[in-house]
Design a protein around this ligand. Structure first.
Ligand SMILES: *[C@@H]1O[C@H](CO)[C@@H](O)[C@H](O)[C@H]1NC(C)=O
Ligand SMILES: *[C@@H]1O[C@H](CO)[C@@H](O)[C@H](O)[C@H]1NC(C)=O
Ligand SMILES: *[C@@H]1O[C@H](CO)[C@@H](O)[C@H](O)[C@H]1NC(C)=O
Ligand SMILES: *[C@@H]1O[C@H](CO)[C@@H](O)[C@H](O)[C@H]1NC(C)=O
Ligand SMILES: *[C@@H]1O[C@H](CO)[C@@H](O)[C@H](O)[C@H]1NC(C)=O
Length: 768
C-alpha cells in the first residue's frame, strides 16, 4: 500500500478522530532518546541449531555473536508463532544483522496510533435479533487485542456462566490496579504487552502497566463481541435498553497492546502468540495497518499463524472512506470488516429565527436551552474581522465578548468535534451548530457534547451558514429528539468505512462484509468521560461509538456463535458462511446505499451486511486450507525462506503456485481483465455441502452487459453431507476500448430453493 503512506500526512484531521488506528509503517517508527529503534527480525527456521534449548536461547546466542547484548536489546522472543524476535537496536546493529545468515527480514516495529479517546461517539444497538445460543457457546473464547479492559463493567458479569473451559491456559496477570480476582467466568484472561512501547516511546510514566483500560476502546470492543446482557444500559438515557454482546455466553480474554502513544507491532505479535498459546478460538483486532505486502505486516503474519491453528481472525477494514483504495488488513486469511448503520438515530433540531427548522443529530443529555432562541454567531474571533480559526472553533480562537450567551456556528474539521463543543462552552456559548463541510458531505456523527449541540450535514449546514452570515439578527433554538428507531433506509454504508479495491492483491475482493459500526452502545472505561476529553468529568458505564473498530467485534462475536454451533468448521468455512449469507438490500427493499444516497457497491460492502441467523446454516461453504494460503503466498512473496519462517514449515518448496491469485477458493470474486487476459478469466471453485443430503443447487448469474459469465456445471447435486463439488466459471469481457476506467459489479448465487449461497463479483479493466 505504498500510496497510503504519503497520504497519511494529508488525511484531513477528521479521519483521525475515528476509531481505527492507522499504521504508518516506516514513517512513524519512533526512535527513543537513546537513538535505539525497535525492529522485528524474522529468522530462517532451517538454520535453527539443533539441539536447541529454546528459541530465545537461539536468538540470544546469535545476538551475542554480533556483540549485541541480548539482556539490553532483546525485547521479545517469538517461538510458537514463527521464529522471530523483537529487539531495540542501534543504527550500526542493522548492518550486522542484515549480514547474519539466519536473518531473513528486519522490519521496523510499526506503530498503530490509537486515537480513540479524543473521539466522538455514536449510539445504538444491533438491529438484528441475535441467534439463539446453544450451551456450547460458553466453550468459545474470544481474544481481544486492544486498549485493555475495564473489569468492573456490568458487561463482564459472569452470572449464570458455567466453569471456565478446562483447556484454557491463559491467566489474569496481577498488577497494581488489576488484581487477578477481578477476572471471573466471563473475563477469563487479562494480560498486557508493553515492551515495544517502552523501548520506543517517551512518556507513559503515568500509566500503570496492566490490562486496565484507561481509554475505553478495548472495553467497548470486548463487550460488543461477548458482553453479558446488561439491563437498563444507556449513555445518559440515549439508546436505553439491554446491552449485550453478540455471543453473550462466550468468554473474553483481553490483551492490552495499545498505550498512550500507540500500539506497537512487537507488542501485538507477542499478544497474538500468547493468545494462541492460551487457547483462544477467535481473535478480534480493531486496529488498522497498512503495508506494501502481507509478509511484512505483523498483523497479517500473526493472523496466518492463528488461522493455521484454526483460530478465526477478524480485523477492521479502516475508517478512511469514502475514498477508494483505502483498506487495511486485506490478507485473504483475515476477515476484513467494514461498517454500516443501524436503524436507530438521535435526531436534534435547529430552529432559526426565520422559522426554518433543520434536522441533525446529537447525543447531548443536559437541561438544554429552554424555550428561548439565542443569537447565532459565526467566526467571532479576537480580531474584529472573522477568521478561519474561529470558524472552526479551534482552541483559544473564540472571543468570549462576542460569544457569551450565544449559539456558535462551527465548521467541522481540523480539531475534534467534542473539542469544538468544549471551546464554545469555555468561551461562554450556550449552544453550538456543528456543520459539515464538503469534506464530510452528509455523514452525521452524534456526540455526547458538554453543551447543547446539533450536528448538521453539508447541505443543511450551508443554509444555516448563509442565514448566520446574511441575516441582520440571526437566532436559533436547539432541541433534542432522543432515540428514534426504524430509521429508513437502513442499513446504510458508513461514509468513513474504507473501500476497495484491494491495493495489495486486487484479485481478492475486500472488504469481506460489513456489520453494525455506527452509533454502537457498549461498555466503557470508568477512568474517562464519554467524550474522551480531559475536562469531561462525567462517567458512564456505557458509551456510543462509531467506526470499523465497532463493526469488527460484532463479526468476532458472531463467528464465536458459528464456531460453537459448528465446532469442526475452519476459520475459512466460518468466513464463507458469514459472507455468502450477507444481505445487500436495505429495509426499503432497495440495494444498499452509501451515506450520500448513491447505490453502494461491493467495493464498499463486500458480500453485504452480516446476517447471523442465516450464517448459522449457509447450506454450502467455500473452504480454504492452509496449503491453499501457502500456495497463494508462494505466488506473491519471492522469499521462500520468509514463507517457511512465517508458516513455520521449513520443508515448504513452493512447488504449488496459483496461476491466478483470484483462483483461491474465496467466497467472492474480483475479476481483473488485463490486456493479457483481455478476453477471458477462468476460475475453479469448490463448494462443500454443510446442509442436508440430496441438496440440489442451481446457479443464477447477475452480470453487467459488458461481461459474459459461463458457469459449468450449472447444477450441483450433493449426495452426501460434507461432499465437495467443483465448478468453473469463465468471465469474458465485452467491454469496448476506451471505457475501461469504470468498474462493474455482479454476483453468482447457488440456490437449492432454501439457501442462497451468494458471491459478489467486481470487474476491473487494468490498462497494464
Ligand atoms: C543520537 O544521535 C544524534 C545524532 O544522530 C547524536 O547527536 C546524539 O548524541 C545521539 N544520542 C545518544 C544518546 O547516543
Ligand atoms: C495506578 O493504579 C493505582 C492503584 O490502583 C491507582 O491509584 C492509580 O490511579 C493508577 N494510575 C493510573 C494512571 O491510572
Ligand atoms: C435505569 O437507569 C436510570 C439511570 O440511568 C434510572 O434512573 C432508572 O431508575 C433505571 N430503571 C430501572 C428500571 O432500573
Ligand atoms: C480561510 O478559509 C478560506 C476558505 O474557507 C480560504 O480561502 C483561506 O485561504 C483561509 N485563510 C487562511 C488564513 O487559512
Ligand atoms: C512438512 O512438515 C510438516 C510439519 O511441519 C508435515 O506435516 C508435512 O508432512 C511435511 N511435508 C513434507 C512434504 O515433508
Amino acid at each position: 500500500m505504498a500510496a497510503m503512506a504519503p497520504r497519511s500526512f494529508s488525511i484531513p484531521f477528521m479521519f483521525i478522530f475515528f476509531f481505527l488506528v492507522l499504521l504508518l509503517s516506516s514513517i512513524t517508527t519512533t526512535s527513543s532518546s537513546n537513538n535505539q529503534t525497535t525492529y522485528i527480525v524474522f529468522m530462517n527456521p532451517s538454520l535453527k541449531p539443533t539441539p536447541i534449548k529454546s528459541h530465545s536461547h537461539w536468538y540470544a546466542t546469535d545476538l551475542q555473536s554480533l556483540s549485541i547484548d541480548p539482556s539490553r536489546h532483546l525485547l521479545y522472543s517469538y517461538s510458537s508463532l514463527f521464529p522471530a524476535f523483537a529487539a531495540s537496536l542501534l543504527p550500526h546493529h542493522l548492518s550486522l544483522l542484515d549480514a547474519h545468515p539466519s536473518v531473513l527480514l528486519v522490519l521496523p516495529d510499526p506503530l498503530l496510533l490509537p486515537l480513540t479517546t479524543r473521539t466522538p461517539l455514536f449510539l445504538g444497538l444491533p438491529p438484528f435479533s441475535p441467534p439463539v445460543t446453544r450451551s456450547t457457546s460458553s466453550d468459545v473464547i474470544i481474544g481481544v487485542l486492544d486498549t485493555g479492559v475495564w473489569p468492573e463493567s456490568p458487561s463482564f458479569s459472569d452470572s449464570g456462566l458455567p466453569p471456565i473451559p478446562s483447556r484454557w491456559r491463559g491467566q489474569c496477570e496481577s498488577s497494581v490496579d488489576f488484581p487477578p480476582s477481578l477476572c471471573n467466568r466471563k473475563l477469563i484472561g487479562a494480560r498486557s504487552f508493553s515492551r515495544g512501547f517502552h523501548a520506543a516511546a517517551t512518556g507513559g510514566e503515568s500509566e500503570n502497566f496492566s490490562a486496565r483500560d484507561q481509554d475505553g476502546h478495548g472495553t467497548h470492543t470486548a463487550s460488543t463481541a461477548a458482553g453479558s446482557p446488561a439491563l437498563n444500559a444507556s449513555l445518559f438515557g440515549y439508546a436505553r435498553g439491554t446491552a449485550r454482546g453478540m455471543a453473550p455466553l462466550a468468554r473474553v480474554a483481553a490483551y492490552k497492546v495499545c498505550w498512550s502513544t500507540g500500539c506497537y507491532g512487537s507488542d501485538i505479535l507477542a499478544a497474538m502468540e500468547q493468545a494462541l498459546e492460551d487457547g483462544v478460538d477467535v481473535l478480534s483486532l480493531s486496529l488498522g495497518g497498512s503495508s506494501a505486502s502481507f509478509s511484512r505486516d505483523p498483523i497479517a503474519v500473526g493472523a496466518l499463524a492463528a488461522v493455521a491453528r484454526g483460530v478465526f481472525v477478524a480485523c477492521s477494514a479502516g475508517n478512511s472512506g469514502p475514498a477508494h483504495s483505502t483498506l487495511t488488513n486485506t490478507a485473504p486469511w483475515i476477515t476484513t470488516v467494514g461498517a454500516g448503520t443501524l436503524d436507530r438515530d438521535f435526531p436534534a433540531y435547529a430552529t432559526l429565527g426565520n422559522g426554518q427548522r433543520f434536522a441533525g443529530v446529537s447525543l447531548y443529555s443536559g437541561n438544554g436551552m429552554g424555550e428561548n432562541a439565542a443569537p447565532v454567531v459565526y467566526g467571532k474571533g479576537f480580531q474584529s474581522k472573522a477568521n478561519n480559526n474561529s470558524k472552526l472553533c479551534l482552541s483559544g480562537s473564540l472571543d468570549p465578548a462576542e460569544v457569551k450567551a450565544k449559539v456558535v456556528f462551527c465548521d467541522r474539521g481540523v480539531n475534534a468535534r467534542v473539542e469544538k463543543g468544549q471551546v464554545v462552552k469555555d468561551a461562554g456559548g450556550v449552544g453550538m451548530i456543528l456543520a459539515n463541510t464538503a469534506a464530510n458531505g452528509e455523514e452525521l456523527i452524534a456526540d455526547s457534547h458538554l453543551l447543547p449541540v446539533v450536528a448538521l450535514g453539508w447541505e443543511e449546514g450551508d443554509k444555516v451558514r448563509k442565514y448566520a452570515t446574511s441575516d441582520s439578527n440571526p437566532t436559533a433554538l436547539l432541541t433534542f429528539g432522543g432515540t428514534v428507531v426504524d430509521i429508513r433506509p437502513s442499513p446504510v454504508v458508513a461514509a468513513f468505512s474504507s473501500r476497495g479495491p484491494n491495493t495489495i492483491v486486487q484479485d481478492i475482493l475486500k472488504p469481506d462484509l460489513i456489520g453494525p459500526g455506527v452509533n454502537v452502545l457498549a461498555g466503557w472505561s470508568g477512568s474517562i468521560g464519554p467524550t474522551g476529553l480531559e475536562k469531561d468529568g462525567r462517567r458512564s458505564e456505557f458509551n456510543i461509538l462509531s467506526g470499523t473498530s465497532m463493526s469488527c467485534p460484532h463479526i468476532s462475536g458472531i463467528a464465536a456463535l458459528l464456531k460453537s454451533a459448528h465446532p469442526s468448521w475452519s476459520p475459512s468455512a466460518i468466513k464463507s458462511a458469514l459472507m455468502t449469507t450477507a444481505y445487500v438490500m436495505d429495509n426499503t427493499g432497495s440495494s444498499l446505499v452509501d451515506a450520500d444516497g448513491s447505490i453502494a457497491t461491493p467495493l464498499a460492502y463486500g458480500s453485504g451486511y452480516v446476517n447471523p441467523q442465516k450464517a448459522l446454516n449457509p447450506g454450502l461453504i467455500y473452504d480454504i486450507k492452509l496449503d491453499d494460503y501457502i500456495a497463494f503466498l508462494c505466488s506473491i512473496e519471492p522469499n521462500l525462506q520468509l514463507i517457511q519462517s512465517i508458516t513455520k514449515r521449513s520443508n515448504i518448496t513452493c512447488s504449488r503456485k496459483l496461476a491466478n491469485l483470484g483462483n483461491l477458493n474465496y467466497p467472492s470474486f474480483s475479476i481483473v481483465f488485463s490486456p493479457k487476459s483481455r478476453k477471458a478469466v477462468k476460475y475453479t471453485r469448490v463448494l462443500t455441502n454443510v446442509g442436508p443430503t440430496g441438496s440440489v443447487y442451481s446457479v443464477e448469474v447477475d452480470r453487467p452487459a459488458s461481461v459474459g459469465v459461463k458457469v459449468k456445471p450449472a447444477k450441483l447435486v450433493f449426495r452426501q453431507e460434507g461432499q465437495k463439488l467443483k465448478y468453473t466459471v469463465t468471465f469474458t469481457s465485452k467491454m469496448g476500448k476506451g471505457s475501461e476506467a469504470e468498474m462493474k459489479f455482479g454476483s453468482i448465487t447457488w440456490s437449492d430453493g432454501k439457501n442462497q449461497v451468494r458471491s459478489p463479483i467486481s470487474y476491473a479493466w487494468s490498462l497494464f
